[in-house]
Design a protein around this ligand. Structure first.
Ligand SMILES: *[C@@H]1O[C@H](CO)[C@@H](O)[C@H](O)[C@H]1NC(C)=O
Ligand SMILES: *[C@@H]1O[C@H](CO)[C@@H](O)[C@H](O)[C@H]1NC(C)=O
Ligand SMILES: *[C@@H]1O[C@H](CO)[C@@H](O)[C@H](O)[C@H]1NC(C)=O
Ligand SMILES: *[C@@H]1O[C@H](CO)[C@@H](O)[C@H](O)[C@H]1NC(C)=O
Ligand SMILES: *[C@@H]1O[C@H](CO)[C@@H](O)[C@H](O)[C@H]1NC(C)=O
Ligand SMILES: *[C@@H]1O[C@H](CO)[C@@H](O)[C@H](O)[C@H]1NC(C)=O
Ligand SMILES: *[C@@H]1O[C@H](CO)[C@@H](O)[C@H](O)[C@H]1NC(C)=O
Ligand SMILES: *[C@@H]1O[C@H](CO)[C@@H](O)[C@H](O)[C@H]1NC(C)=O
Ligand SMILES: *[C@@H]1O[C@H](CO)[C@@H](O)[C@H](O)[C@H]1NC(C)=O
Ligand SMILES: *[C@@H]1O[C@H](CO)[C@@H](O)[C@H](O)[C@H]1NC(C)=O
Ligand SMILES: *[C@@H]1O[C@H](CO)[C@@H](O)[C@H](O)[C@H]1NC(C)=O
Length: 629
């Protein structure tokens, strides 16, 4: 009641202040001839076409990459085999974005590696690049900038200006007031045009300042569909991007065993989940549909798939930070929106929800699940079910190898394998049906067997997967690479929203070191070993014997099935990188930290107690109530 009244007041007020939404407000369009909603069997035609054209180029890159392998005829192999690669970048705020950027740079053949050695060419060889939450900021931002290389991004000095907090981008200047005024106008205009809004709209617009800096009006009108019009997409040079979010049905909690994983691509939004099994052409999001049919045959909507809104959706656990903005600098509309949420405990507990209203999957009379029953679609941060590394879309696409970058904060802001454990266990629930995933051990083994200290391959032997699935060659080998301190303390807090450019670049460099085994200095064959992982499923499928070189690699990097059962020795920070000074290195493998000398470990006697895994400090959302009508 109160809120309805509020909207009327705002609407009247806005006549006086109405400014252009700079393209944020969705607009009417004609409807396409082909159906807007499809059931989730296979891939859309657009994605299939893109992947087919891209794979021609990807194979050329892969051939060049695989030419490093000894006694291996890459061109012969690739004439009969079709290995495919998916890259996955975890969530974790700016930490995940920046660590991920260094990892991305290590895979990019365009990175200028002076005397060093990365995995250059893998980016170009991959079919998919997937990001979740902070990882969606990385993936979304680079693809929106024409798959920019990190070298170029740093040299241009426009994107990723992280010195001031995302919420105070222009450092308390007049421009900052303008920024919030513009954001308020844009979101209000969307609401007045008849679309549901949520704090995610506000958060997504704020995120666009550092992430879509070079677009007109900081990307207010830049749609995720527009990515396909970037040169490196028109020529099919780039891998196909996917951002990940989750459905959260009204009045419910999420658990890994019942979560609905949504993929947001430049062409579609939807889920293969048994709880939905549908995709909508995302270009036409915002169109009122009933059972996939436009309610008004003539009239569709475009422009709802705002790129920043997608980043906001995938990272909606951050919505909460918007509530604690210094509200004296906010325009009235935002002030009232925030006050309303702060005053209502139920709205506050559900502030993480991104509202997609109207719901493209709505079905008035034929709903087959709770998502189709609801007039709005509610999406939340992709990490809320514990699967912080976004693997589900890749498992649905049968890639031969996933390179999984885990920059999660499981323990002391380091990853401990929790995300993989969650994805592994989930395959036995209804939510995870038909997504076989290789065996992994528990977190204690990850930490005590050094599975996070150096890259580890999972699912090396397809034969061992026969208890999980009949389709053993459809299960990828997972190259798991976890955040570690090699050149910088990269375990910064998820909610750290400002980095000096020096810190930013140090995080990126450390990410490069993580993915490249410290520039190849810890293992000059690491690039070759990753090549071995990429080809192995296809070798197995075709009955081709692995080379001796690759056998050695697999001995070094494959998890061999060992489970750790001894006492906790906790993280083994290896004797390399920043940890290589023996006077500070924890030679009893006990982590320590000398705050006055934060570039070195300090050995100390007490072992920190392991808390329950906590992925963020946010209020866990418990209930839901429809808020914006
Ligand atoms: C690789 O195999 C092709 C046949 O597919 C052959 O023509 C070529 O000579 C081989 N290259 C090497 C270096 O053996
Ligand atoms: C890689 O190694 C070279 C030479 O050791 C060094 O100059 C360069 O800074 C390193 N690059 C990164 C990103 O660590
Ligand atoms: C695609 O990009 C070109 C050149 O950058 C631009 O002129 C054109 O308007 C864009 N098309 C669409 C549909 O955005
Ligand atoms: C999902 O699982 C959680 C934890 O078991 C439970 O609280 C919640 O009600 C379930 N949600 C749905 C939609 O079934
Ligand atoms: C629900 O399932 C029935 C039977 O398969 C189907 O006819 C109907 O179209 C489905 N509803 C929607 C909204 O897809
Ligand atoms: C501004 O924020 C403060 C502190 O959160 C709160 O007490 C106050 O009511 C807010 N004012 C408005 C107008 O929202
Ligand atoms: C993946 O493999 C399964 C099982 O063979 C098949 O049903 C499905 O269509 C495949 N998906 C894609 C995207 O190729
Ligand atoms: C970073 O890692 C070190 C070693 O595990 C730990 O002592 C420190 O508390 C962590 N820092 C943060 C900000 O979590
Ligand atoms: C893990 O790494 C530490 C430090 O390099 C080493 O001492 C230890 O033996 C390793 N553990 C295993 C199981 O390889
Ligand atoms: C696969 O199974 C064999 C036989 O059970 C076992 O020796 C081997 O360690 C397993 N390999 C992996 C990678 O789990
Ligand atoms: C921390 O490191 C500094 C500089 O290396 C050293 O002087 C200081 O004694 C160390 N502090 C502790 C508590 O060990």
């Amino acid at each position: 009641m109160l809120f309805e009244f509020l909207i009327i007041v705002i609407s009247i007020a806005s006549w006086a202040t109405s400014a252009s939404s700079h393209g944020y407000e969705p607009e009417k369009s004609t409807c396409p001839i082909n159906p807007l909603v499809r059931s989730a069997t296979g891939l859309s035609k657009e994605e299939t076409n893109y992947i087919e054209s891209h794979y021609v180029l990807a194979k050329q890159s892969l051939e060049a990459y695989l030419s490093k392998l000894d006694y291996f005829n890459a061109s012969k192999f690739l004439s009969e085999a079709n290995p495919t690669i998916g890259l996955a970048f975890s969530g974790g705020g700016y930490r995940a974005q920046l660590c991920g950027a260094g990892q991305y740079a290590a895979l990019d053949s365009r990175t200028n590696v002076v005397n060093g050695k990365g995995l250059g060419g893998l980016l170009q060889s991959s079919n998919y690049i997937v990001g979740l939450s902070g990882g969606s900021w990385l993936v979304g931002s680079v693809v929106s900038s024409n798959l920019i290389s990190i070298d170029e991004l740093i040299n241009n000095n426009q994107l990723w200006q992280t010195t001031n907090s995302i919420l105070n981008y222009f450092d308390n200047s007049v421009e900052n007031l303008e920024m919030w005024f513009d954001i308020g106008e844009q979101v209000l205009d969307k609401q007045e045009a008849g679309f549901g809004i949520s704090i995610t709209d506000v958060w997504g617009r704020a995120l666009s300042y550092p992430l879509l800096t070079t677009k007109p009006y900081y990307g207010a009108g830049y749609r995720f569909n527009d990515v396909l019009n970037e040169t490196n997409f028109r020529n099919h040079y780039s891998p196909f991007p996917i951002l990940v979010a989750l459905g959260r049905v009204p009045n419910t909690n999420i658990s890994p065993s019942n979560s609905t994983v949504f993929s947001l691509t430049p062409v579609e939004l939807g889920s293969e989940s048994p709880y939905l099994g549908k995709f909508v052409q995302s270009k036409y999001l915002g169109t009122k549909l009933d059972s996939g049919q436009p309610i008004n045959d003539e009239s569709c909507v475009q422009g709802f798939d705002n790129t920043g809104f997608y980043y906001g959706t995938s990272s909606s656990v951050f919505n909460e930070v918007v509530l604690y903005l210094d509200n004296s600098t906010l325009p009235d509309f935002l002030k009232e929106l925030i006050t309303e949420i702060l005053l209502d405990p139920i709205e506050k507990a559900n502030v993480d929800v991104a509202i997609y209203d109207p719901n493209p999957f709505y079905s008035k009379n034929n709903a087959n699940n709770t998502i189709e029953e609801s007039e709005s679609l509610y999406l939340v941060d992709g990490g809320e079910d514990g699967q912080n590394v976004p693997l589900y879309p890749l498992l649905k696409r049968n890639v031969s190898c996933i390179v999984a970058f885990d920059n999660s904060a499981d323990y002391l802001n380091w990853p401990d394998g929790t995300s993989l454990v969650t994805t592994y266990e989930r395959q036995f629930s209804k939510a995870g049906e038909n997504t076989p995933f290789p065996y992994v051990p528990g977190q204690s083994s990850f930490r005590n067997l050094n599975l996070t200290s150096k890259p580890t391959f999972f699912g090396c032997d397809a034969k061992n997967l026969s208890t999980l699935t009949d389709n053993i060659y459809g299960v990828p080998i997972v190259v798991y690479i976890a955040n570690r301190p090699f050149t910088y303390w990269s375990n910064t807090s998820t909610f750290k929203l400002e980095y000096s450019l020096t810190e930013r670049n140090a995080m990126i460099s450390n990410g490069f070191a993580v993915a490249s085994r410290l520039n190849g200095t810890l293992d000059e064959d690491f690039d070759v070993c990753v090549g071995c992982a990429i080809i192995h499923r296809e070798e197995e499928r075709l009955g081709i014997e692995q080379t001796d070189q690759c056998k050695k690699c697999f001995k070094k990097y494959c998890w061999d099935g060992t489970i750790y059962t001894g006492n906790q020795v906790y993280d083994n920070f290896d004797d390399n990188g920043v940890t290589n000074d023996w006077s500070w290195y924890n030679k009893d493998t006990i982590p320590g930290y000398n705050l006055t000398s934060p570039t070195k470990f300090k050995h100390h006697g007490s072992i920190p107690k392991r808390n329950k895994t906590v992925n963020c400090n946010c209020t866990a959302p418990t209930h839901w109530r429809k808020i914006h009508y």
